[in-house]
Design a protein around this ligand. Structure first.
Ligand code: SF4
Length: 429
């Protein structure tokens, strides 16, 4: 299928991370134009016209709305959230490694639009190459006049620094990320106040994810309405999806929102390439923290509202399971991940997640009881939305409720025969 390249326009170029290649491909054109010929409000207007929404989860919150909420106190900060750690999501790392100047340009345009004078790029601790590339890009951009004092000869100045995280999934949550930047343990904060009012060091802060900001240079260069011409309804533009699991071509793919379906993403020869060995799709999840979808949802559009109406969320990491995969094993592994990553601040998550993990592995390893299913549901209910400070607690429950709803018989077979029913024929042989 024909795929527009907006944020991934330079992905085929192995040298795109260098200043020379970036500048040769319209890099920093938008920033130069903005600071020398546009007002901050005009930059924000283009972003508003684009309809751009956050590219980390399934939020329908528009980027322009988020920017407009920034409180007037100064100094203000722009923080680039590059702490991507969701299992199955790996596209921000690629953007940081292969096109770091684009991320910087987007962040600087945001800073200019909201009147911030400090940008911090927070890179996931494990993404060593991404951090090195961002660090080098900052050095080169400063030499080029794209950041620091009097950007491109204008009266606008903005500092940019890179910060490397220490490897905690929950720091992807924006208030935890700000705590981490302040030198505290990376634990989510009770909100309000929201970062837009009291963020980093108690000052107004915009936190946007890497891909969100990577779209901004294209929007300012080509116009918000040109961006909005892609996609449709509230899902405008393109979006990068990490596709993995039982597909022939795992990888990151930029596709047009609203006009592309999950089936396209999984089966198109230039995208996921279909299921390995032509097996049947058992289920897929659009992000490890979100409810699973089934084969009946393959023709669902990649659209914020359509995915929400189907009971899930348009996240960025599509993991495909086929009929050779034990859904209980996958759910148990996800629960173990979330239980390990719980920061321990709230009781339902701190106590409930390891309890769920214990029960899941008891079932998986053939020591489960039939009433464990009701127990899982009961614990899950007590960890639902609103019971915890951040979404990690409820996220722990999502793989369980999804699989109990779809594969209850598979759970019961685990309990009754003491192992995975998928393994029984192999054992008999
Ligand atoms: Fe920490 Fe879990 Fe509470 Fe989030 S839900 S703040 S990870 S204990």
């Amino acid at each position: 299928m024909a795929v527009p390249r907006l944020v991934f326009g330079r992905m085929e170029d192995d040298r795109a991370h260098t200043l020379e290649r970036f500048v040769a491909t319209e890099g920093y054109v938008a920033l130069r134009r903005a600071v020398t010929a546009m007002t901050p409000a005009e930059v924000a207007d283009e972003v508003r016209a684009s309809g751009l929404t956050g590219r980390s989860g399934g939020s329908a919150f528009t980027t322009a709305q988020k920017w407009a909420l920034l409180a007037p106190e100064r100094p203000a900060y722009v923080v680039v959230n590059g702490d991507e750690s969701e299992p199955g999501t790996f596209k921000d790392r690629q953007l940081l490694e292969r096109d770091p100047h684009q991320v910087l340009e987007g962040a600087l345009l945001c800073a200019y639009a909201v009147g911030a004078e400090h940008v911090i790029v927070y890179v996931r601790g494990e993404s060593a190459r991404a951090f090195e590339r961002v660090h080098s890009a900052i050095v080169d951009a400063r030499r080029f006049g794209a950041l620091g004092s009097n950007i491109f000869g204008s009266s606008y100045s903005c500092s940019v620094v890179a910060h490397r995280g220490a490897g905690a999934y929950v720091v992807g949550e924006e208030s935890a990320l700000l705590s981490s930047l302040e030198g505290e343990r990376g634990m989510p904060r009770v909100r309000p106040p929201y970062p837009a009012a009291q963020g980093l060091y108690g000052m107004p802060t915009v936190v946007n994810n890497v891909e969100t900001l990577s779209n901004v240079p294209w929007i300012v260069r080509m116009g918000g309405s040109a961006f909005a011409a892609f996609g449709g309804a509230r899902s405008t533009g393109t979006r990068v999806f990490s596709v993995s699991g039982r597909v022939r071509r795992p990888g990151n793919y930029e596709v047009e929102l609203h006009r592309t379906t999950f089936r396209d993403l999984i089966f198109d020869p230039e995208l996921g390439g279909g299921v390995i060995d032509d097996r049947t799709v058992l289920a897929f999840f659009p992000g490890a923290s979100f409810p699973w979808l089934g084969p009946e949802h393959l023709d669902l559009r990649l659209d914020i509202d359509d995915t929400a109406a189907a009971g899930s969320s348009l996240a960025s990491g599509l993991v495909v399971l086929d009929d050779t995969v034990c859904p209980v094993r996958v759910a148990a592994r996800l629960v173990r991940f979330f239980a390990t990553e719980s920061c321990g601040k709230c009781t339902p998550c701190r106590e409930g997640a390891p309890w769920l993990e214990k029960i899941m592995y008891r079932i998986l390893h053939g020591h489960g009881r039939r009433d464990d299913l009701a127990l899982l549901e009961d614990i899950g209910t007590r960890m639902g939305p609103g019971t915890t400070i951040c979404a990690l607690g409820p996220s722990t429950v999502a793989p369980i409720t999804s699989t109990l709803a779809r594969f209850r018989d598979h759970y019961l077979a685990h309990v009754d025969i003491g192992s995975c029913p998928l393994e029984v024929p192999a054992r008999a042989a």
